[in-house]
Design a protein. Structure first.
Length: 238
């Protein structure tokens, strides 16, 4: 048995504890990092960018803990710190001392998205925010905390809606929402990107450098020429 009482359909670790879902791991993550992307205005090499940064910036004197300083694609360098205060100090110092040579930007984190299942037929992206705020006052939402993105229909003709919530809103862990005459279930809306050339996840086919692989059999064949194995059943004779 891989489930226990009170935790249905959850795989257990060797110690008997339930494994965390991917969404739970993201939500409880404590090692948050604050990033800066650095690009050169003249020299396109990442080594030249790093040289300029190291020549002009002293993290020890600034009391900034550098958690990552590495080269990326497209002649960019990633700098990561552990706190927002360190990130702010680093960014301002970089712009003051290296602004003529380097371009420093702080990537904006995407807000989490949630899916609301089986929303009423008369609900749409224009009126759902007001409805959620009005019928769910215990959540303490204010204008702008929620933004409806789009709806999609299931095979059973049910309507699901994807909403985007501000980073602070996700902490109350919505599980049910009252909408009209219905109580709708919710969940994290997570979409895994997959390269349809090399069949790897978290990779786009535009950036793929691998050989084309059949996603059905993981063989080095193109999908259009790959033939699934033919299964045959032999009758048993006594």
């Amino acid at each position: 048995m891989e489930t226990s009482v009170g935790i249905p359909h959850r795989h257990l670790t060797p110690s008997g504890q339930a494994k965390k879902l991917y969404s739970e791991a993201i939500r409880s993550r404590t090692d948050k990092r604050f990033k800066h992307l650095i690009k050169s205005k003249s020299n396109p090499t990442t080594e030249a960018i790093k040289t300029v940064v190291k020549t002009n910036i002293n993290p020890t004197a600034m009391k900034v803990g550098v958690m990552s300083f590495k080269s990326l694609k497209y002649s960019r360098v990633l700098m990561e710190t552990g706190t927002s205060e360190e990130a702010t100090l680093f960014g301002s110092s970089m712009r003051d001392k290296c602004g003529n040579d380097l371009e420093v930007t702080a990537p904006k984190l995407r807000n989490p998205r949630m899916v609301i299942y089986n929303v009423p037929q008369d609900m749409n992206v224009e009126n759902v925010e007001e409805t959620i705020m009005t019928q769910n006052p215990e959540l303490g939402l204010k204008q702008g905390d929620i933004e409806a993105k789009f709806t999609f229909r299931t095979k059973r003709e049910r309507i699901n809606m994807v909403i985007e919530v501000c980073s602070g809103t996700i902490n109350f862990s919505i599980q049910k929402l009252k909408l009209g005459w219905l109580i709708c279930s919710t969940d994290d809306y997570l979409v895994a990107r997959r390269c349809f050339k090399f069949s790897r996840f978290n990779q786009r086919h535009q950036d793929c450098r691998g050989e084309e692989t059949c996603p059905l059999r993981a063989g080095e064949l193109k999908l259009k020429v790959c033939k699934p194995r033919q299964h045959t059943t032999n009758a048993l004779t006594v």
